[in-house]
Write a protein that binds this ligand. Sequence first.
Ligand SMILES: O=C(CO)COP(=O)(O)O
Length: 133
Amino acid sequence: MHKILNVALIAHDNKKDTLVNFCIAYEAILSKYGLYATGTTGKRIMDETHLDIHRLASGPLGGDQQIGSLIVNKEIDLVIFLRDPLTAQAHEPDIQALIRLCDVYSVPIATNLASAEIFIRALNDGELNWRLD
Ligand SMILES: O=C(CO)COP(=O)(O)O
């Protein structure tokens, strides 16, 4: 059990600008939550917003697995993972493992901007507060 909800933010290179712009647009909401990100994504968000992020390793170097481990420990309540569906990733098995763990632990995961917009509004409306129980 934890006292605030935690959000993981991850984006592949071709989606990083989109995620940074998303974080700028929703900075006031995101600032109320614990924020985790893979290495390069976290650096970009911190450079371009005032958000404080727990940065993990870069995705290809194990960052997705670290997020997965946090999910197992029930420390992540929402994942926003803007994947690049058009570019092969060397660490594809890690990406699949992260998505699989979201399904194992029923953690909401948005893999594109449209679903991210819906989830962030749901978060702001308290629709994920059941995870605090
Ligand atoms: O590769 C990633 C997710 O699979 C993201 O890693 P970075 O944030 O370090 O670029």
